[in-house]
Ligand binder design. Structure first.
Ligand SMILES: [Zn+2]
Length: 345
């Protein structure tokens, strides 16, 4: 099987300008793209994002909402919510960010690449069916997952959301659907204040939403132990055909908005865990899509660690499974909450 790593980038993502002092600024991606040029050059497969179709946008959004976003085209400045603003070309960036997910899924399913990182903005995991919020306009990963189900007939997709905010729109979209297992670790005291332990899915989706509210003091060893002990049983039992990562880096210790005590090494090791669970399963392809991360330098170096791990060709040492007090506490609570569903416990 190919080990090739794909990457999706486009200068049009820099044209979304939510305002001079807005944290979700073009400089975030500029810094990531500079890092790519400097450190990866020809090691990655470039994948062109296409524009999503209207039908694809409608997989996660209402026609009225899509019209509203398209109507902001060429207008200097439009507020969509108290924290989400758009400029003249934002509609195009958002539209193309969805298309990146479509292109990424195609490249993965056609086995052109083993993994793919969609380096786009605006982010997507807070974009509800009819409402923008949390700097998000369209639900990039949600639509890519729906597309993978429709086009390739996938029935089991695992979405891992390690952004420090809860991906309320991803949870919403698949809350009653067992074809997507949504796992999120996040701090609950911040936007959007959702994702409590007992939000575990409904109807057919009961047990397929796995939320872990983490403490602000979260350190690298805590999250590594947590992910090892949640993702291994999930992948063993659920057997995902595709693994998607809502890759936000605002848990980084230097992030001005999120900030726990995570360093770049945490993201490297989380990537290693994702690769290992995928390898021990049926080799499910891996799709990463950029979400938050608001310190440009910390963001670029975190993305670097993820890509370097994905592109690393040598034999990887198995990570030691070292329990920490905080992780054990979260795992106990999580297993207690989920044991009745028997989806992965
Ligand atoms: Zn975030």
């Amino acid at each position: 099987m190919t080990r090739k790593v794909g990457v999706i980038r486009d200068s049009r993502y820099l044209e979304h300008k939510p305002g001079l002092v807005h944290p979700e600024a073009p400089s975030r991606l500029r810094s990531v793209y500079r890092m790519l040029d400097k450190e990866f050059e020809n090691r990655l497969v470039q994948i062109e994002p296409k524009l999503a179709t209207l039908e694809q946008l409608q997989m996660a959004h209402t026609p009225t909402y899509i019209d509203l976003i398209m109507s902001t085209a060429e207008r200097d400045f439009t507020p969509l919510s108290s924290d989400t603003f758009v400029s003249a070309k934002s509609y195009l960036a958002a539209w193309l960010a969805v298309g990146a997910g479509i292109s990424g899924v195609d490249a993965l399913m056609n086995r052109e690449v083993r993994s793919c990182f969609s380096l786009v903005r605006p982010p997507g995991h807070h974009a509800l069916a009819d409402r923008a919020g949390g700097f998000c306009i369209f639900n990039n990963i949600g639509i890519a997952a729906k597309y993978a189900m429709e086009k390739y007939g996938l029935e089991r997709i695992l979405i891992i959301d390690w952004d420090i905010h809860h991906g309320n729109a991803l949870q919403d979209l698949f809350y009653k659907d067992s074809r997507v297992l949504y796992f999120s670790s996040h701090y609950m005291g911040w936007y959007p204040n959702t994702g409590d332990w007992d939000e575990t899915g409904e109807a057919d989706g009961a047990g397929y939403t796995v939320n872990v509210p983490v403490p602000k003091e979260l350190e690298d060893d805590d999250i590594i132990h947590l992910y090892q002990n949640v993702l291994n049983p999930i992948v063993r039992k659920y057997k995902p055909q595709l693994i998607m990562v809502a890759a936000g880096f605002d848990g980084n210790e230097r992030d001005p908005l999120g900030r726990t005590r995570l360093t770049e090494m945490a993201y490297r090791k989380l990537t290693q865990i994702v690769l290992q669970v995928s390898d021990t399963g049926n080799g499910a392809p891996l799709f990463f899509s950029l979400e938050g991360g608001y310190d440009s330098r910390a963001l670029a170096s975190s993305v670097r660690e993820v890509l370097d791990m994905l592109a690393f060709n040598g034999r990887r040492e198995r990570l030691a499974n070292l329990p920490t007090k905080r992780a054990e506490e979260m795992l106990r609570k999580l297993r207690r909450t989920h044991s009745r569903h028997r989806v992965w416990t």
